[in-house]
Design a protein around this ligand. Sequence first.
Ligand SMILES: Nc1ncnc2c1ncn2[C@@H]1O[C@H](COP(=O)(O)OP(=O)(O)OP(=O)(O)O)[C@@H](O)[C@H]1O
Ligand SMILES: [Mg+2]
Length: 223
Amino acid sequence: MYKLKNVTKQYPGKGRKVVALNDVTVDIPDGQMVAIQGPTGGGKSTLLQMLGALDRPSSGTIELEDSSLGQLGDTKLGAIRGKEIGFVFQNFNLIPTLTAQENVETALVPLGVSAAERKERAEKALASVGLAERGDHRPSELSGGQQQRVAIARAIVKEPAVLLADEPTGNLDEETRDEIMEVLEGLWRDRGLTLVIVTHDSAVARRAQRRLHIKQGKVKDLG
Ligand SMILES: Nc1ncnc2c1ncn2[C@@H]1O[C@H](COP(=O)(O)OP(=O)(O)OP(=O)(O)O)[C@@H](O)[C@H]1O
Ligand SMILES: [Mg+2]
């Protein structure tokens, strides 16, 4: 699915540059579930942004299937992001004024999906995360775990090949964390997703097929 070769990412800093990723070479096979761990500031979110085509490396190459992400212009990069990659974040990032159903539908708007089809697909996506009955609720009327389920439904409604999650259980208690992990694993298994989860939580990381550790921009494959 992904082939990263000698990927370095630097950010301009005061006086000297910040090296967020330092010569990272790693492959992620199609359909693998990978956990990324490591200390704060180590480069986890930066790596996820690279995988998510949200940013380009300073040097090195990132291939997603047949596309070399660093070479693409903004329009093509945006198109790959919109179609192939779903994102889930620690803070859910739902739009507070929209219902759960409407939040999920937003992911299909840029893809030019008709209103009728958006409705149907969003309902199915909400059902697949166990929230069929909650489509007309706003985020403030849902628990944290339920909000994260809505965010997961929004991420998968476009049927992406890849799901990237940055601390998806970071704001949840242990029981809800385990529920969300079961939802993610179920989707991963049923849909053959490539699933990459950044986490500080070893209980989450242990559930993955493979663990990567990032410290000071260097990746170690823990197998
Ligand atoms: N947009 C940016 N501009 C400048 N520096 C940045 C930017 N984004 C990240 N960095 C720096 O790059 C390094 C890696 O940051 P990153 O966010 O990838 O770490 P992280 O492993 O996700 O940390 P955390 O566990 O706290 O989320 C840090 O030193 C950070 O300050
Ligand atoms: Mg981070």
